[in-house]
Design a protein around this ligand. Sequence first.
Ligand SMILES: Cc1cc2nc3c(=O)[nH]c(=O)nc-3n(C[C@H](O)[C@H](O)[C@H](O)COP(=O)(O)OP(=O)(O)OC[C@H]3O[C@@H](n4cnc5c(N)ncnc54)[C@H](O)[C@@H]3O)c2cc1C
Length: 318
Amino acid sequence: MGGSNAALGLLMAQVFHRASGRAWRLRQASLNLWERWVAELQSLGHPLQLNRGLLLLAANPDELARQQALCEARQAMGLPFELWGPAQLAELTPGLPAAALGGLWSAADGQIDPQPLLAALLHEARRLGARILGRRVQALNPISSGGWRLQLDRGEPLRCSTVVVCAGHGAAELLEPQGHPLPMAPVLGQAVELALEPSDAAGGWQGAWPAAVVWEGINLVPRPGGRLWLGATLEPGLNADAAALQSMADLNGHAPPWLTRATVLSRWQGLRVQPLERPAPWLEVLAPGLLMAGCHYRNGLLLAPATATWIAEALEAD
Ligand SMILES: Cc1cc2nc3c(=O)[nH]c(=O)nc-3n(C[C@H](O)[C@H](O)[C@H](O)COP(=O)(O)OP(=O)(O)OC[C@H]3O[C@@H](n4cnc5c(N)ncnc54)[C@H](O)[C@@H]3O)c2cc1C
């Protein structure tokens, strides 16, 4: 159960609570690269869209105060942030949770649909010569003359001069036998796609909501045809809990009537991998020719370009 196919594609770079350090730099580099990568993929004929903007709602006075401070700090950096008051929020249809005290609008953050994005990246990787084997790696062993032998679930072992382990929760199983302990924890996330009642979705989302909306960490992503993605739960462990899904679908008791009337079209789940004892993501050269690039926790889609850059630089330096 991977994470990337389950992601909602939110790019939360500028709304990050700090404005310095590694996590901030990786987010900024990634957001800039996504802009370039999406433009490049579009020019190659892939129908992708970087949907700009995120609206974070304040559910309580503490959150409102934090948003006000963040807005001031980001505006001082020249970034396009605004505070939206209850009157401005009340103009949006369908209506937002009535308890929202205000909103923080970040025009430069955004969202990309992960599925067409992953398909486009895979297509271009193949075009540039990548071979996709689609096999499970069962074990990884050093070769005495240099390089690594990968035992696959079927077929001949694969000999590689360099291995980059991007195996989500499967990384520990491969690397721990090689003497590289990887303390990490899975955090399951569930999401749903909803269809609004035709009367609630009149006119579609265009011009109604400016972009995806975030309420108490729950993302509401408008989709074409009066649909909505809602996600994701934060459930430590590997097992999905129906009560967590229900609570999210109900926006923790604040769902507007149109949301409770909506029909569930599909539901899915995926794993995030949280590194323990160090911040996400885990980018490390573990041994000559052996790189670990994973444990992105909640922001792996956002951080993919910065991760790719780190891998490219590590390979060049090897
Ligand atoms: C519901 C949900 C919503 C999310 N929303 C967002 C979001 O809005 N924005 C954002 O930035 N991030 C989001 N994330 C987080 C993001 O999805 C992850 O951080 C990211 O996908 C991690 O990517 P990855 O490539 O490291 O791991 P994965 O996507 O999990 O990929 C790991 C791959 O390795 C494969 N694998 C494992 N073991 C082996 C093995 N032994 N041999 C071969 N292959 C193996 C797995 O099958 C899998 O395909 C979300 C996550 C979830 C679950």
